[in-house]
Design a protein around this ligand. Structure first.
Ligand SMILES: [Zn+2]
Length: 171
């Protein structure tokens, strides 16, 4: 999110050096726009060495494969958001099992910074069906993932998971 005017009082913002960065700051009321990354959650549900991806029906990255997930609500715990988003997008209930990692990325035309929490999970029930934002669902083996993956962080997460499972298989 970028602001030209203060969202609190409407004064034009000025760049000021605060904590080693130039930040849009309001000379009227003192508001500082920190532009913190938006928290998002992604879920890699695992079944017999395969992960479930959804094909996006909407921009950005319409037609690309995506890790089920999305933006967290302001007061939402990542585990709660993970269950909600996964159910909306796939029709399936999950139980998160562990954190795979944290991944930085940018989103959309405004290049909003995002902080993506990637969870591993197991499916506990439900009926598999694509949600309204998706045109398809598919379980992919980690050594045969689709080329067109929507976001940079997703390629990093899938790569990390594939590496980890290979390591586990070897040990
Ligand atoms: Zn202000």
């Amino acid at each position: 999110m970028t602001f030209t005017f203060c969202p609190k009082c409407g004064t034009r913002l000025e760049a000021r050096r605060i904590e080693d960065r130039d930040r849009p700051t309001c000379p009227g009321c003192g508001f500082v726009h920190y532009n913190n990354a938006l928290p998002c959650v992604g879920v890699l549900a695992l079944k017999q060495g395969k992960v479930l991806l959804v094909k996006r029906a909407v921009e950005p990255f319409k037609g690309y494969w995506d890790i089920p997930g999305g933006f967290l609500e302001s007061d939402e715990h990542p585990y709660v958001g993970a269950k909600r988003e996964f159910l909306e997008e796939t029709g399936l209930h999950i139980e998160p099992t562990e954190v795979l990692g944290f991944f930085m990325d940018i989103y959309g035309e405004d290049e909003e910074p995002t902080l993506n929490i990637c969870l591993l999970a197991r499916v506990t029930g439900g009926q598999e069906r694509a949600g309204s934002d998706a045109v398809g669902l598919e379980w992919f083996p980690l050594n045969a993932l689709p080329d067109k993956t929507a976001f940079n962080w997703e390629r990093q997460a899938l790569h990390l998971l594939a590496q980890r499972l290979e390591v586990e298989a070897d040990s």
